[in-house]
Each structure stands twice: as C-alpha cells, then as structure tokens.
Design a protein around this ligand. Sequence first.
Ligand code: NAP
Length: 242
Amino acid sequence: MSAQKIALVTGANKGIGLEIARQLAVQGATVVLGARDLERGRRAAEQLAARGVETIPLQLDVTDAESIAAVAKEIEERFGRLDILVNNAGITGGFFGPPSQATPELLKEVYETNVFGVLSVTNAMIPLLRRSEAGRVVNMSSTVGSLALNADLHGEFGGYNMLTYQSSKTAVNAITIAHAKELKDTNIKVNSANPGFTATDMNNHRGHQTVEEGAVIAVRLANLGPDGPTGTNQDDSGTVPW
Ligand code: NAP
C-alpha cells in the first residue's frame, strides 16, 4: 500500500476546511477538496496551488446522495481506499432566535447538512476506510454542542441558546460515538473535533482564532497513531465533555 495518505475534506473550499486541506496536503497527503460548488472548489484549489500546495477539487454536496456516491466512486477508482475523512461541511442555518420560535423545518434544514450529511458521507466512505491500514474519521463538532457544558444554565455557555445549530452538533457527537462503537475492532478511529471560536464567514469573522489555529485539532485527530483514541470529543487542550 502506498505510504501517501488519501484524505477527503468536506466543505473545503473556504474557512477551517480549506485550512485543514492545506495542512494535510503540506504533510504529504493526497487531499480531495470537497466543495458543493465545483467552481468554488476549483478556485480554492488554485489558491492553494499558488501557495505551492496541490489538492484535487471534487464536487461534493453532503446533502446530495448522488454527489456523495460519485465522490466515493471516484476515490475508489483513483486510489482504491481512503485514509482520512474530515466531515467539516457545516451551516448555522441563520436562525438564532429563542427555541420557543424554532420550527421543525428550521431544524431539518440545518440537520440536512450538519447531521444527515455527516452520516451519509461517512457511511459511503466506510468501505474505502476499511481498506486503509489506519482509517481516521474526524467529525467537526462544537463546544456549543456539548450537553454537559450547556446543561449548567448559569455557566460559561448559559448565554448560548441556538437550538438548531447546537443540537445539530450534539447529534454529530452521537454519530461519532455510534460509528466508533461499530468500528472499534477495526483500524478505523472516529472522533469529534472542537475547533474553537474561529474567524470565518460562519460568524462574520468574529471568532478570536485564526483558521490555522482552528484546524489544529482536526489535523491532529486525522493523524492519530495506532494507539490513539476512538470515540472521543476533543479540542486543542484535550477531552471535551459530551
Ligand atoms: P464556513 O467558513 O462557513 O465554511 C463552511 C463550509 O461548509 C463551506 O465550504 C461551505 O460551502 C460548506 N458547506 C455548507 N453546506 C454544504 C453542503 N451541503 N455540502 C458541502 N459543503 C457545504 O465555516 P467554518 O467556520 O469554516 O466551519 C467549518 C466547520 O467547523 C463547520 O462544521 C462548523 O460548524 C465548525 N465549527 C466552526 C466554528 C467557528 O468558530 N468557525 C466553531 C465550532 C465549529 P459554501 O462555500 O458553498 O457555502
């Protein structure tokens, strides 16, 4: 088996995903840069190429079963396996009102990308990850999705009450645990990454971290050695409670 790792990053045309793709490619991985709009993906790959980093842009809308199947087929045909999957694509949905005004439709819209997208992409890639000597799945979560941190109504997260986005990341964490359980006797490790509040389009660049900082934990979990953990929730400082 080739020593060069094959990686797929979803939502990699900008923000933290683009930086994760860049860092993995700099480390020597062959990186498939997933972008729901191929033109945006191509432009992002050109930006990286201008910095001396080669990636492969592919159209990948995580809410579209045909798009996911086409990427799985292309990776299978070109590489025969997948070593790293970073489920990075995510949206807030734009609703930040009180939960009493949230509707099932608002939740469904966010869940299509943040939850069902993670499930569908991972399930499509598991056959390819099984062919890796060291398959790694990294699900981009958020500390605002931690039930333990948010259950204290007067604690650090007491001021956050974005039901649609927050519960979607709680569900991502549930998927992490579920896949880790199913795959615990394989070479595949599945973990949740909490990037921290990072300046991107998602928050109108209000985050206090750079994308370089936001990408660190995902890249670390993508490179876990054979003794590394599976079924964990982590940020730069270590374990985040579920
Ligand atoms: P971002 O700059 O808004 O980038 C989001 C990426 O996801 C974009 O490439 C976007 O593509 C893509 N995307 C959205 N829907 C998609 C779909 N259906 N299929 C494929 N790609 C899709 O956001 P970010 O801050 O880098 O966030 C990256 C991840 O980190 C997200 O999962 C987010 O929830 C998580 N996170 C971010 C922060 C933070 O402070 N920024 C904190 C905690 C967790 P388009 O360009 O086409 O829209």
